[in-house]
Design a protein around this ligand. Structure first.
Ligand SMILES: Cc1cc2nc3c(=O)[nH]c(=O)nc-3n(C[C@H](O)[C@H](O)[C@H](O)COP(=O)(O)OP(=O)(O)OC[C@H]3O[C@@H](n4cnc5c(N)ncnc54)[C@H](O)[C@@H]3O)c2cc1C
Length: 234
């Protein structure tokens, strides 16, 4: 038997999608809580290339990153190299090298300022399903298990799909994506001796180094680089 819904919207996952959705729904007047397994001080952290095009911010109506606040560099475009590295195309357009944590914290702040509640250090255990309805989430927090009821549950746990994949298996939406649909990635942020051209984010379609994916070299200013690669997982 379900409890009375405490929230209009329960957002599972406090990454970029969950935080922004929490902001939008709280701003629209709904009662919202974000269930995030990370501790409060780690919300906003993400292993990522930290590069993003400005047009995305215009599209969703969010103020673009600002140098010194949540951006450490401004790109003029992305340069994509052929497998031989002899050729490249440049996709021009403004973008940012993010201070990823500061960007995540900005999203958390606007969500909290709009009234969303953050339940940090709370992991989704499973959705609460009654008949054909999702009524809330069972979560594990510092005080143990508890059931949270809401009118709407959103799975914003990214690749983990922590809610969706625990729905009844006969619901099509519960499918588990096959391994070959995933990339395995490695990322490092390092100081480098050679001076970088901070205007371009570089992508290498190099089938030897990164089979089924690519490797990237995204300068963050003149002497720091975010580099990494993603390869086909399956
Ligand atoms: C190595 C790498 C490099 C990338 N580089 C770029 C780039 O340069 N530019 C770009 O635009 N994109 C990049 N991306 C993609 C980008 O990071 C993702 O698209 C984006 O972070 C997805 O956001 P999200 O909110 O959907 O998921 P996530 O950021 O993954 O957030 C999901 C949240 O859910 C939480 N969570 C998971 N399971 C549970 C659970 N059971 N209970 C509670 N909380 C849970 C996690 O802790 C996390 O905070 C990169 C990704 C990777 C991995």
């Amino acid at each position: 038997m379900s409890g009375a819904p405490k929230y209009d919207v329960l957002v599972a996952g406090g990454g970029v999608a969950g935080l922004f959705l929490a902001y939008l729904t709280a701003r629209a007047g709904f009662t919202v809580a974000i269930v995030e397994m990370k501790s409060e001080e780690k919300v906003g952290e993400k292993v990522c290339g930290d590069a993003v095009g400005e047009h995305h911010f215009r599209e969703v109506g969010l103020e673009p990153p600002r140098l010194g606040l949540d951006a450490v560099g401004v790109f003029e475009g992305v340069r994509v190299y052929s497998p031989s590295k002899r050729y490249f195309v440049t996709a021009r357009g403004k973008g940012y090298a993010l201070d990823r944590k500061a960007f995540g914290r900005r999203l958390l702040k606007i969500a909290a300022d709009a009234g969303a509640e953050l339940l940090a250090s709370h992991a989704v255990v499973k959705p609460i399903v009654e008949g054909e309805w999702v009524k809330g989430l069972r979560v594990r927090g510092p005080e143990g298990l508890k059931d949270l009821y809401s009118r709407v549950v959103v799975d914003a746990t990214g690749a983990a799909a922590a809610v969706r994949t625990r729905l009844p298996s006969q619901w099509w939406v519960a499918y588990r994506a096959p391994l070959e649909d995933f990339n395995a990635a490695y990322r490092v942020i390092a100081e480098v001796e050679e001076e970088q051209d901070p205007r371009y984010a570089l992508i290498y379609l190099d089938a030897e180094t990164a089979p089924g994916g690519y490797w990237w070299w995204f300068p963050k200013g003149r002497d720091v680089v975010n580099g990494g690669l993603g390869v086909k997982a399956g």
